[in-house]
Design a protein around this ligand. Structure first.
Ligand code: MG
Length: 164
């Protein structure tokens, strides 16, 4: 069992942009600005997807969903998470847990944790206790401290299926 465990790490950053909706963890969050990117720029889902792909040894989100492909322009990142969930299933892997940290000053994320966890757990086909979301500031230092963007980190632990 232990020799089939794999961890994966994901990290992502998106800059704020006026006039865009803010999507984090698959949830639309009411705020004065959103994140810029080719897709809906859901920084948390991107980090989670990268952690899953990393644990499976399958490269990164940019290889699977190239920003150069117009197909993904404005795409909801929930599609990327669905793809990660399907990839896991096809390989017979079991997602044991995901932990994540958002790095930002504003808006306050705490009220949205339950909805984000619920949404991502539903897409991944896991129970809510297997996915965690939290946030920290950088004490006003750096680009997150200047409120220029949001960063996200995620780790996942999974057990490989017999097919790999
Ligand atoms: Mg991204």
């Amino acid at each position: 069992m232990l020799d089939r465990l794999r961890i994966g790490l994901g990290f992502d950053v998106h800059p704020f942009k006026e006039g865009r909706p803010l999507f984090i963890g698959g949830i639309k969050i009411p705020y004065e600005k959103g994140l810029d990117g080719h897709s809906d720029a859901d920084v948390l889902i991107h980090a989670v997807v990268d952690s899953i792909l990393g644990a499976l040894g399958l490269g990164d989100i940019g290889e699977h969903f190239p920003p150069s492909d117009p197909k993904w322009k404005g795409a909801p990142s929930s599609e990327f998470l669905k793809y990660a969930a399907e990839t896991l299933r096809k390989r017979g892997a079991e997602l044991i847990s995901i932990d994540s940290t958002l790095i930002l000053e504003l808006p306050k994320m705490k009220p949205h944790y339950p909805a984000m966890r619920e949404k991502m757990a539903e897409i991944l086909g896991i129970t809510i206790d297997r996915i965690h979301v939290k946030a920290t500031t950088t004490e006003r230092l750096g680009f997150t401290g200047r409120e220029e963007g949001i960063a996200a980190q995620a780790v996942c632990l999974l057990s490989l299926g017999q097919k790999l």
